[in-house]
Design a protein around this ligand. Sequence first.
Ligand code: SF4
Length: 170
Amino acid sequence: MCCDGVLFHIVKLQPGDSAQALAALGLKVKRKRKQDCILQPCSAHAECSCTIYQARPVRCRVFECKQLHRVAAGAITEAAAVGKISEAKILVGEINALLLRLGATNLRQPLSKRCESVLSEFPDPPSDVATAEARSQLAAAMHALEVLLDQHFRIEPSDSAAELRDRAGQ
Ligand code: SF4
């Protein structure tokens, strides 16, 4: 989820990262507010692995989510962390299924952006009951996911989800 556009929208590049080298490896490198970053979902993410692992950016090397911190500190068991990850992935699956039902097939955007686009595309109120239902389920599932990610995965819980996503990959 750190790499596929669920947790973050971008990963900011750091001293020691080469934007050119990462772009040559196929990453989507952009300059945003005078800061080089790679866009998520990451092009190097495949089947839960990083295909450029030895050459990954600095923030990818140092990032640890709350679940990892909690396991390392002995606050929770590894099984509990796996359970929390499964909970998040089930929600992500539900959201993706709803997006598909609503005709959103563009997988190049982060998950929350895809939801925002789909929800803003439809007239308010929606023209039919099924669409209205799917739309309201999507909004509720995305809200539940954001709360779960803020509470159990993203670091610095006092910051807003939008700020964290934009700061990505810490
Ligand atoms: S470079 Fe590798 S570790 Fe970093 S976001 Fe992409 S897939 Fe994940």
